[in-house]
Design a protein around this ligand. Structure first.
Ligand code: SIN
Length: 468
């Protein structure tokens, strides 16, 4: 989504939008069930939204960036409406404003109930495909960056028949999403594997906050890797987490109970699982028409044989959102000239150590608009006779090694961590770094986690004061 927004906002500059999937599917944005946070109520304020964002981020955020982001939110909603997104309305013509964990006010706008991400992606894809300045190329992987005199000036693509193409460009933007698919259980699609982050790091761009990975407490526990998300909004609507004996799981754990911050709930579910118990989400008391309020959750549960209106759902934590990434400023500039990053692959400091609910689509839209505007007049490909160099991401791991790496990261760098297993996993990845780029990326993440010796936000060190 961040990539499409950037492309649209970059008009009139010519943009080539390179996607792995032919139809542009496969990103995590279309799966987003939460909405977009924006202080739109007369009794709310962008300053209050900023305070909630910084509290959720464990005060590790860049305060100036947060104030900018929350200040941009109302304009981002208006811009999306201009692109054809229809948000859910309340009586009287105003937008319906929902509340999610960590927000001190009702400020979440949705489209199609829990199908906000899908509605956004659909509308933006139609705009992009109709935009004369954007040339869409699906079915290609970007595996190398072209550097001239140290600046990024192009990429090499490879299509699914192995044909390669070199493309020179005035600017290269990574909008490749997160790394959830590197963990054994994730709410992300398989394509959220960190390939863009790995490419940027291979090129020499600086990273920031790689250790901060957010785990969502409630993915549908059907076994396997990429699991359907069960939105937090269900707990906002009255669903309750239960332990194996049917007792409230969050009782006595946190003043906000089931709506405690996401990391607190995820750790509690993780701990129960470690003790050998299954955890259930009982949503049978949620009222209203599920086909309107929660069509995505309803369809996913029914597809796996659970009617959430009738029976409790088995749930598990799942890797959900990467706060860290390629270090950028608010214009998306990385430390490598010519290379930009936007959306989840970037880290510009807005999320701190733990992202606040429904701030990720907001970041994609606000930062994509800002980056696109900054690149709108960058039409000239930088020429010159300087030395050329290709930087490769490198070979992928074999499927068996990738599965083993996912398990390793899940146990060592999951919702609860401790020094010795982080260090052992780091050593294992360092020893196997030549096996594939995923191993090198995991090594960088684990190194950051080892070096962050205190618990902070989503980085919970059991050996350093984290209650997990
Ligand atoms: C959710 O709906 O529970 C997830 C929303 C988000 O990730 O912000």
């Amino acid at each position: 989504m961040a990539g499409m927004v950037t492309a649209l906002a970059a008009a009139p500059a010519p943009v080539r939008l390179l996607c792995r999937a032919h139809d542009g599917s496969g990103g995590a944005s279309a799966l987003a069930q939460g909405g977009i946070a924006a202080a739109l109520h007369p009794h709310d304020s962008t300053a209050a939204h900023a305070v909630d964002t910084i509290e959720a981020g464990a005060y590790h955020n860049d305060a100036t960036a947060v104030q900018w982001l929350t200040g941009e939110a109302p304009a981002a909603i208006a811009w999306l409406q201009q692109q054809g997104v229809v948000f859910d309305g309340a009586a009287g013509g105003a937008l319906q404003l929902g509340r999610e964990g960590g927000h001190g006010a009702a400020r979440i706008v949705h489209a199609g109930g829990d199908a906000t991400g899908a509605a956004l992606v659909r509308a933006l894809r139609a705009r992009v495909q109709a935009a004369a300045h954007v040339q869409w190329r699906g079915g290609v992987d970007v595996g190398a960056l072209l550097l001239r005199d140290g600046d990024v000036v192009g990429v090499r693509t490879c299509d699914d028949r192995g044909r390669q193409q070199h493309i020179e460009a005035a600017a290269v933007v990574l909008a490749t999403g997160g790394i959830g698919a590197l963990f054994a259980h994730t709410s992300n699609p398989a394509g959220a594997d960190g390939a863009g982050l790995a490419l940027g790091l291979a090129g020499g761009a600086a990273s920031r906050d790689l250790e901060f990975m957010q785990f969502h407490p409630t993915a549908l526990d059907i076994g396997g890797h990429s699991l359907p998300l069960i939105t937090e909004a269900l707990r906002g609507a009255g669903a309750r987490l239960l332990d194996a004996a049917g007792q409230p799981l969050m009782r006595g754990q946190h003043p906000q109970g089931d709506l405690a911050p996401r990391d607190v709930v995820a750790r509690r579910v993780w701990q129960a699982q470690r003790e050998g118990d299954k955890v259930w989400l009982d949503a049978t008391a949620v009222s209203g028409d599920w086909n309107i309020r929660f069509p995505t959750v309803l369809a996913a549960c029914m597809a796996h044989g659970f009617d959430p209106r009738q029976v409790p759902l088995p749930v598990t934590p799942a890797a959900h959102f990467h706060m860290g990434g390629i270090a950028t400023d608010l214009d998306g500039r990385s430390t490598l000239a010519g290379l930009h990053a936007v959306g989840e692959v970037a880290c510009n400091g807005v999320h701190g150590a733990n992202r606040l609910a429904s701030n990720s689509l907001l970041e994609g839209v606000a930062c994509g608009r800002r980056l696109g505007a900054a690149l709108a007049h960058a039409t000239a490909v930088r020429g010159g006779q300087g030395s050329h160099r290709w930087v490769e991401r490198g070979e992928s791991l074999s499927p068996a090694s990738l599965a083993a790496l996912r398990t390793l990261l899940w146990h060592a760098a999951g919702p609860v961590r401790e020094a010795s297993s982080l260090r052992d996993a780091w050593r294992a990845c360092a020893a196997a770094a030549d096996a594939g780029w995923q191993m090198r990326l995991a090594k960088s993440l684990l190194r950051a986690a080892v070096l962050r010796r205190r618990s902070l936000g989503a980085h919970c060190r059991h050996d350093r004061g984290c209650p997990g």
